[in-house]
Design a protein around this ligand. Structure first.
Ligand SMILES: *Cc1c(COP(=O)(O)O)cnc(C)c1O
Length: 440
């Protein structure tokens, strides 16, 4: 006979610990900022990492037709295998040949790259173990890892060296509980693209301590004209690499939620168990949506190269424009990216003593000029902000001009007085002069 619980008089329905401790810093910080964009100026969110948000960048026309064809086929409605349909996985393997030898068996399809990261973390680390992630970095790895009880530790990137990894800092963070090193190349938020030599240096450290690498390469091939993208797995002889990617950014299809993880493990170091674990993890949501899986081979093979070229050309010219403009803003120091779709801008906080930190700066910038940037804190990196480069050109230009005005309005009066003593021009003339000097 079952034992009955005494009946209760009150409801006591609580949220789980996991749900309450899951923390997405971009959401939290930006929502808590309580921004009130200036109603007299059109709101420009340079905050959203969605290249399709403004409607100026669209997926290839051809791919829209492919999905329209696919939707009519009944097999696009069935459940698929939880790790994904074989043809779709084979297409990913072929598409990813630049990463090294890849077969359909090495691929697990996921619901976006975020899900690929979640499956990977959950399969490789237990609660109490740790992963190392970059600082500054995109904190999805933290959000997902900490939810699972995995400890998140940071290694530094070096802004003066195009945000390369500070190898000493990486090595110092490794301990006996380190389950994986996360490498995000090209980087969100930094826009850095690592050379072969640098990637090899990272692999050497991973090898020395026998720690596998999780490569977040959602921006693979997303690099500017003078840059070359190399997949870290293609250089690794011995270190197992789990590479996460998808169609979100490069194909401009974030909402279709299709990503994957590829297991690179030449010597079957982690294979059996981790493969089984990852496959088990994929049974939790029964695989990503079948419609996009069924269209995936054609999406990967038939998207014209010209489409990718045009997208990158646009983003590169936007990066140059933002860099040139923001150099004119007193107190801002934009760092020209080498790829991805973001730019980091350093804020010389000493020039703006009325703001306690970059959070205040970003908040006031939005309240006065209706331009929203993501404060560096969201990437574990104070005194910087991140802007998104995929917005239409006129809007980016307008946003930069408003940022210049904001900085001129708020720079310390002592800086102005000093300037005036040295040079009795009006503030306006000075700022014009300064802009001119920076361009020259
Ligand atoms: C956008 C992004 C992701 C997530 O991609 P989805 O496919 O939308 O889940 C993962 N990692 C980085 C670095 C990103 O910028």
């Amino acid at each position: 006979m079952s034992r009955h619980l005494p009946s209760r008089r009150e409801w006591d329905v609580r949220a789980s610990k996991l749900s309450l401790t899951t923390y997405n810093p971009i959401r939290e910080v930006v929502e808590n900022l309580k921004i009130k964009p200036n109603p007299s100026k059109k709101y420009i969110p340079l905050s959203v990492g969605d290249p399709t948000a403004f409607g100026n960048l669209k997926p290839s026309e051809h791919i829209i037709n492919v999905i329209c064809d696919t939707v009519k086929k009944s097999e696009s409605r069935n459940y698929g295998p939880t790790i994904g349909h074989e043809e779709a996985r084979r297409a990913v393997a072929e598409y990813s040949a630049h990463q090294g030898h890849v077969t359909a068996d090495d691929v697990i399809l996921c619901s976006g790259c975020s899900h690929a990261i979640e499956i990977t973390l959950a399969s490789i680390a237990d609660a109490g173990q740790n992963i190392l992630i970059p600082r500054p970095g995109y904190l999805i790895h933290k959000t997902l890892g900490e939810g699972l009880g995995i400890v998140v530790k940071y290694y530094n990137l070096l802004p003066a060296r195009n945000f390369e990894v500070d190898l000493k800092s990486l090595e110092n963070q490794i301990d006996e509980k380190t389950a994986a090193i996360v490498v995000n190349n090209p980087s969100n938020p930094c826009g850095s693209v690592y050379s072969k030599k640098h990637l090899k240096e990272i692999i050497d450290i991973a090898y020395k301590y026998r720690v596998p690498i999780i490569a977040d390469e959602i921006y693979e091939h997303f690099v500017f004209s003078d840059q070359e993208f190399t997949s870290i797995s293609s250089l690794s002889k011995d270190v197992p690499v789990l590479t996460c990617s998808g169609i979100t950014k490069r194909f401009l299809l974030p909402g279709w939620r299709l990503g994957w993880v590829i297991i690179h493990d030449r010597h079957n170091i982690i294979s059996r168990e981790v493969r089984r674990g990852m496959s088990n993890m994929s049974t939790r949501i029964l695989g990503p949506n079948t419609l996009v899986q069924k269209a995936l081979p054609r999406i990967l093979k038939e998207t014209p190269q010209s489409f990718f070229k045009e997208t990158m050309c646009f983003i590169e010219s936007q990066a140059k424009l933002a860099c040139r403009e923001l150099h004119k803003a007193p107190g801002l120091h934009p760092i020209m990216p080498q790829g991805s779709m973001y730019m980091m801008v350093e804020i010389k906080m000493s020039m703006f003593p009325k703001f306690a930190d970059e959070l205040q700066f970003v908040k006031m910038l939005c309240n006065e000029q209706s331009v929203l940037c993501i404060p560096g804190q969201c990437f574990n990196y104070p005194n910087f902000m991140r802007i998104v480069l995929t917005v239409p050109k006129e809007i980016l230009l307008e946003a930069c001009q408003r940022m210049i005005t904001f900085c001129e309005d708020h720079m310390a009066s002592s800086d102005r007085i000093l300037d005036i003593e040295k040079n009795p021009m009006s503030i306006y003339e000075q700022s014009k002069q300064r802009r001119f000097e920076k361009i020259a």
